[in-house]
Design a protein around this ligand. Structure first.
Ligand code: GAR
Length: 208
């Protein structure tokens, strides 16, 4: 059984997609053991509670500096000892120490086709604002393993989504979630839980 901790910052629709997929048997061999949020007001915490999953608040604002937050966050994760950490709209940079300790066992969902519109400053709605500003006709979402870089780890899966005339960032965000994110992330977790992924020299391969 793959024990996962899901880290969130906001609405938690990706968390909900994971919980629904577990309930529907689309993700198997997996248990969500805790949800960590950096934001006390995150709707994601309500979603966790409604599912009887412990919600833990870990905010950098509650610590004197980033270093002490990073220590506390990493310690908490070691105490929970998940097999996989899932960043589902988590807008805090993962401490290097945690990446070292959980190497190859952290995944992230990003709302663009990496390497477009990713890296520092590209998160949430901003990604879609930039995609519209640049005028791309195709965008999408990416699930990838997390390394010490920002949105740079090995890519697990991607799905393209069309940009349509008249799109606002909000409309585009919703389409990318519906057509890509809510499918890709549960699928990636199920693949990991069932040993279908291998990583060789920074490339991810999926067994049939
Ligand atoms: C999602 O679109 C996710 O891909 C994005 O934040 C949103 C969270 O929505 N993540 C990033 O931008 C990470 N760089 P949610 O809380 O409803 O799942």
């Amino acid at each position: 059984m793959l024990k996962i901790v899901v880290c969130v910052s906001g609405g938690g629709t990706n968390l909900q997609a994971i919980l629904d997929a577990v309930d529907a048997g689309k993700i198997t061999n997996t248990e969500v053991i805790a949800v960590i949020s950096n934001n006390a007001g995150a709707k994601a915490l309500e979603r966790a509670k409604a599912h009887g999953i412990p919600g833990i608040l870990m905010s950098p604002k509650s610590y004197p500096d980033r270093e002490s937050f990073n220590h506390a966050f990493t310690d908490k994760m070691c105490e929970l000892a998940p097999d996989l950490i899932v960043l589902a709209g988590f807008l805090v940079k993962i401490p290097e120490d945690m990446v070292e300790k959980f190497g190859g066992r952290i995944v992230n969902i990003h709302p663009s086709l990496i390497p477009s519109f990713c890296g520092v400053g590209y998160y949430g709605l901003k990604v879609h604002e930039e995609a519209l500003r640049r005028g791309v006709k195709i965008t999408g979402a990416t699930v990838h393993f997390v390394n010490e870089g920002m949105d740079e780890g090995p890519i697990i899966a991607q799905k393209a989504v069309a940009v349509e005339e008249g799109d606002t960032p909000e409309i585009l965000q919703r389409r990318v979630m519906e057509q890509a994110e809510w499918l890709l992330l549960p699928q990636a977790i199920d693949d990991i839980a069932n040993g279908r992924l291998t990583v060789e020299e920074g490339h991810v391969y999926r067994k049939a």
